[in-house]
Write a protein that binds this ligand. Structure first.
Ligand SMILES: C[S@@+](CC[C@H](N)C(=O)[O-])C[C@H]1O[C@@H](n2cnc3c(N)ncnc32)[C@H](O)[C@@H]1O
Length: 271
């Protein structure tokens, strides 16, 4: 029987969902030690956030609260709500900073809600860990009062290209290829054009979205890779291959490598 004369057309089959990863766990103690670059970026972002000092501000992907602490200094009469997907990060932030002015909770940013819309939001070094920015930005918009400022920075298009190339080269080799193969990694390094469109669709008035080179030479390279850049890769590997994988990436990067960070900056307001 021909395909075209057999009665009703076949119903379209549901398409598989894109591979979305839930937030992973982080080693909060190690992150406190190796996250020096993140502190510098946090200070830059904070400078772009207009505050009176009495607002309630969301820190989206607050980690252990190193940037949250800087934000609190700008809010002598205000408060911060830190949200993060990692239970260990939230516990450490709560231990270090928890008070009636700083509260922390665990939630996935593509699904979080707040009891009361906030006066402002900030996010640092987090959005490139989130695959679905079309789901993320409407959540943030819904958590803000109309007119609330929103500033953010994350890895953008072209971020750490030399690290990505080294990781792909090592992943393609056995014994790692069986688990990693040609997996491009968990990162979502978006560009400014599509980010502006997504923000506007989500109801933000966008002031500026741009890429910025920010090369850095990480201290404690191996620990930095383990805790930050390659945490998701290591989770995919059996325990006995994790140290060899890290060693191979360090060798592949060569001596004294510079990480070619490219940051995606966002300055916007809830519309
Ligand atoms: C590099 S750390 C940045 C932490 C902090 N903002 C800083 O600058 O030090 C990235 C953080 O994003 C969080 N994160 C990643 N994906 C997330 C998601 N889908 N929902 C909530 N948090 C997420 C991680 O748990 C981690 O704490």
């Amino acid at each position: 029987m021909d395909d075209d004369d057999s009665g009703p057309a076949p119903r379209p089959q549901p398409q598989p969902a894109p591979r979305l990863q839930p937030p992973r766990e982080w080693d909060a103690g190690s992150y406190q030690v190796v996250s020096t670059p993140h502190q510098g970026w946090g200070a830059e972002i904070l400078d772009r956030l207009p505050l009176r000092g009495d607002e309630t501000v969301l820190d989206l992907g607050c980690g252990t609260g190193r940037v949250t602490a800087q934000l609190l200094e700008r809010l002598p009469r205000g408060r911060v709500v830190g949200i993060d997907g990692s239970a260990a990060m939230v516990a450490e932030a709560q231990r270090l900073l928890g008070s009636d002015r700083a509260t922390f909770r665990q939630a996935d940013l593509v699904a979080f809600t707040v009891d009361e819309p906030a006066d402002a939001a900030l996010s640092s070094a987090t959005f490139h860990w989130i695959a679905d920015h079309d789901a993320l930005f409407p959540r943030i918009r819904a958590a803000l009062k109309p007119g609330a400022p929103f500033v953010a920075q994350c890895g953008g298009r072209g971020n750490i290209a030399t690290v990505v190339a080294a990781v792909l080269a090592v992943s393609a080799r056995e014994p790692f290829a069986a688990a990693l193969g040609d997996w491009p990694g968990p990162w979502n390094f978006a560009g400014p054009e599509e980010t502006r469109r997504r923000l506007e669709r989500a109801g933000f008035a966008v002031e500026r979205v741009w890429l910025q080179d920010s090369p850095k030479r990480p201290q404690r390279l191996r620990e930095f890779l383990r805790t930050v850049s390659l945490g998701s890769h290591l989770e995919c590997l059996p325990q006995e291959l994790r140290d060899p994988f890290l060693d191979a990436v360090v060798v592949q990067l060569g001596p004294d490598p510079v990480h070619d960070y490219v940051r995606l900056n966002i300055v916007a307001r809830a519309g």
